[in-house]
Design a binder for this molecule. Sequence first.
Ligand code: NAP
Length: 317
Amino acid sequence: MKHYQVAIIGTGPAGLTAAIYASRALLTTVIFEGMQPGGQLTITTEVENYPGFPNGIKGPELMELFRQQAQKFGTVTLFETVKAVDFSQHPFKLVTDANEEYSADAVIIATGASARRLHAKGEDIYWGFGISACATCDGFFYKNQKVYVIGGGDSAMEEALYLTHFASTVTIIHRRDEFRASKIMVQRAKENPKIDFLLNTVVEEFLGEEKRGIKKLTHIRVRNLITNEEGILPADGVFYAIGHTPNTEIFKPFIETDANGYILTKGKSSYTNIPGVFACGDCQDPTYRQAITAAGSGCIAAIDAERWLSEHYSKLK
Ligand code: NAP
């Protein structure tokens, strides 16, 4: 069984930043790419708010730069997905989808979260080309355009309010006529003249066009759940705010999470309930969910792991 001092699970900004710091601290470091190498940024188009890139950078290109930087310091990158862990023994054990087993003195969980999808017709075609799950990331591209937000929770209200800074109109589409969002957030949205509501309604299909190889969302097909009436509406952008699911299922037998599955970390640190296992990025952050905050927490996790290893490793051997 191959052994590393640090095993990092997940290759978004959090995991790869942890890899840069851990390998630069001269710890033998392996990183498992996982199901979506590069993480959620690889399904966005332009990233304009990552510091250091005044002209913006494509999400996949940014993650490739992260990866190269980690590899430069010796991180071993494996195109495998960790499918099971055993944190009840030390060194910790990890098993991948290639049925390979690895052991590690410290583990950094950076498995991220996945935006919930509707799985409506056309969604896969226009994801990243008119459909997004992050207004902070992509709202800027919809100046004076007609956008929709799907959902009735606090995220939907917050995203809609944020989008009014750019869009000409923002329509919140919600499947019920009652909101899960807090009253104050709903009130703020209702009071904003740019926001209107389409209630008891679901999006059934995304429609668009392709010009010179570039796909673009142009319309959505919606259905009223009370009357069953359908309609096709012009749409430049649609933002999903139907929640995120942290990718933490395989850790649950060992690692404490909140009711929504987000890993609980101690204070400002990346410490989990298991000494030697650290968590960073969106799998433990339901609030900020930005590439830069994930990268920052990846740095924290690597520093925590390095300090923990130097303090405790000799005792555990
Ligand atoms: P959420 O509260 O779980 O709300 C998800 C919304 O999406 C619900 O309205 C739900 O409808 C809808 N939805 C889920 N699946 C759907 C589907 N398949 N089709 C159509 N609609 C669907 O998620 P969230 O808004 O992301 O919030 C997550 C947590 O973060 C909450 O605790 C929230 O309070 C918190 N948060 C707080 C703030 C703030 O305080 N500023 C901002 C953002 C988030 P139903 O209501 O019908 O189930």
